[in-house]
Design a protein around this ligand. Structure first.
Ligand code: GDP
Ligand code: IMO
Ligand code: MG
Length: 423
């Protein structure tokens, strides 16, 4: 079985939590795009893991893979491996694999991201992890690949070849070009390459072989649908394709192999960074959701902007991903509100539309049209089944499901692994 999981909104929907939960049924768990701009949280008992690169299936028996469509900062990967090892979780090459074709995020990508963002008059609010610049180099065929990193001689040659253009790019943004070829950096990357070399693999081959042998593969998306580089709210997007189809292209698996596409969706919406968010709440309710939901970025610590559930954006996410089912997370966060609002349509230039306009500027002009639903008082964090939810919370879930036309198969009421039930 081949299952793809993606975020249905603007990221941080709780993908890490659901992937951890589901990984018990999967032999391989694979990241297919993005880099350490992602921050995925897994909570089991009192242990909380906040990981940026290592797929969220690492705790159970699955083998975890980083696919060739990702951009990999080897320092971050090494740090995550060390952090897990300190807690007794040692990721051997039997447990973790990195595709040989994966693009490496070099320090000059991080530098360029920071320089460029600080010079933008209209900011994107990137995570400054070098993501965009690493993808530029991939497409320009100027990337350093995992296979180059793993071979000191290749790495030296590649860096010498690339150095003049990288130095010029940094100089143009008034940065310090010394970072490109510094001896310390070269030594550090040679060492990282040595360490990661045993993990190199062919991810496409591994997945296809596993599927042929009747084993189960779970593809873990990063970011969210509306941050997709093609279909998202340009320019306020990330630099990779975050929708489900991207998993096939990026992992080298044919679309005929896909069995399920699960969308992760919060019971409200959040966004970190700039860009339109039609249902954004800048009032007390927004602050309350932010505090109760602990809506602060896993990667950058920035406060996430919060808003009511946005059905037009979900309709688009359902089209873009072809979801077969949805997992609704953070329902517990809405407890204690007298009323819960759902945006069912937008008013755009005196017209009512129930699907987002394609242009970002038009989306920014959309004013939400709400339907009100009754809220519920009680704390949901101990609820173990759908039937045990208060009536109004059940009504909210059913209402969303009817409006979206896709079954909500998981409901999550807390960060812990046990705080999820299937319907
Ligand atoms: P991801 O990027 O999609 O993996 O999501 P993040 O890990 O960045 O953000 C989700 C946050 O919400 C994490 O801190 C999770 O521990 C937490 N979380 C996940 N599901 C729930 C839930 O149902 N209720 C609550 N209260 N927190 C949750
Ligand atoms: P996970 O996987 C939420 C946002 C950034 C910024 C934009 C571009 O945890 O859901 P980038 O550094 O990618 O060039 O920044 O994308 N962004 C995310 N927002 N969750 C994420 O990942 C994100 N990864 C990037 O805030 O607005
Ligand atoms: Mg996150």
């Amino acid at each position: 079985m081949f299952t793809i999981i993606t975020g249905a909104q603007f990221g941080d929907e709780g993908k890490g939590k659901i992937v951890d939960l589901m990984s018990g049924n999967y032999d391989l768990v694979v990241r297919f795009q993005g880099g350490d701009n992602a921050g995925h949280t897994v909570k089991v008992g009192e242990d909380v893991y906040k990981l940026h690169l290592i797929p969220s299936g690492f705790l159970l028996d699955s083998r975890v893979l980083i696919g060739p469509g990702t951009v990999l900062n080897p320092e971050v990967l090494a740090r995550e491996m060390d952090m897990l090892a300190e807690g007794g979780i040692v990721l051997t090459p039997e447990k973790l694999g990195v595709d040989a074709k994966t693009s490496i995020i070099m320090p000059y990508h991080v530098e360029l991201d920071g320089l460029k963002e600080s010079r933008r008059t209209e900011k994107i609010g990137t995570t400054k992890r070098g993501i965009g610049f690493a993808y530029i180099d991939k497409v320009a065929r100027d990337e350093v690949r995992m296979a180059d990193l793993a071979d000191p001689e290749k790495l030296r040659c590649r860096l010498l070849e690339l150095a003049p253009s990288k130095e010029a790019a940094i100089r143009e943004l008034e940065g310090d070009p010394a970072i490109v070829t510094s001896k310390d950096l070269m030594d550090k990357y040679v060492e990282l390459g040595r360490r990661l070399a045993p993990y190199m693999t062919d991810v496409s081959y591994e997945i296809n072989k596993a599927l042929e042998d009747g084993r189960n593969v779970l593809a873990e998306g990063a970011q969210g649908t509306h941050l997709d580089v093609i279909h998202g709210t340009q320019k306020f997007v990330t630099s990779s394709s975050t929708v489900a189809g991207s998993a096939c292209a990026n992992l080298g698996v044919g679309p005929t192999k896909v069995d399920e596409v699960l969308g992760i969706v919060k019971a409200y919406i959040t966004r970190v960074g700039e860009g339109p968010l039609p249902t954004e709440l800048t009032d007390e309710t927004g602050r309350r959701i932010q505090q109760v939901g602990r809506e602060f970025g896993t990667t950058t610590g920035r406060a996430r902007r919060c808003g009511w559930f946005d059905l037009p954006l979900l309709r688009k996410a359902i089209y873009l991903n072809g979801y077969t089912s949805l997992a609704l997370t953070k329902l517990d966060v809405l407890s204690g509100l007298a009323q819960v609002k759902v945006c069912v349509a937008y008013e755009l230039d005196s017209r009512i539309v129930d699907y987002p306009p394609e242009g970002t500027a038009e989306l920014a002009r959309c004013r939400p049209v709400y339907e009100d639903l009754p809220g519920w008082e009680s704390d949901l964090t101990g609820v173990k089944s759908f039937d045990d939810l208060p009536g109004a919370a059940q009504q909210y879930v059913r209402y969303l499901e009817n409006k979206m036309g896709v079954p909500i198969t998981y409901v999550s009421v807390g960060p812990g692994r046990e705080q999820t039930f299937q319907r």
